[in-house]
Design a protein around this ligand. Structure first.
Ligand SMILES: [Zn+2]
Length: 87
């Protein structure tokens, strides 16, 4: 999965959530579409670290992930994420 967020200065800091895109998803070339239904111009983006924990730890100096994107990534690769409970 490809994690990314807006570059600093493109949008307000509160809008700079970390989103994900499926690398296998057909790409339009100059933009990415995330599972939360948003379209991002590649030129406005920075790569981001994969969020390590869910729910995310807030109040630290780290990017806050988009929850819908995180859940989509968990469904795609559940073994790679810590889960609070095993079923
Ligand atoms: Zn998202």
């Amino acid at each position: 999965m490809l994690w990314f967020r807006y570059r600093a200065g493109v949008v307000e800091e509160s809008e700079r959530l970390v989103h994900v895109a499926d690398p296998e998803m057909p790409m339009g070339g100059s933009y990415l579409v995330s599972p939360c239904g948003r379209r991002f111009d590649r030129g406005d983006l920075d790569e981001a670290d994969e969020p390590a924990k869910f729910p995310p730890v807030t109040g630290q100096d780290r990017a806050e992930p988009c929850l819908m994107c995180v859940m989509r990534a968990m469904l795609a690769a559940p073994a790679r994420f810590d889960r609070p409970e095993q079923e």
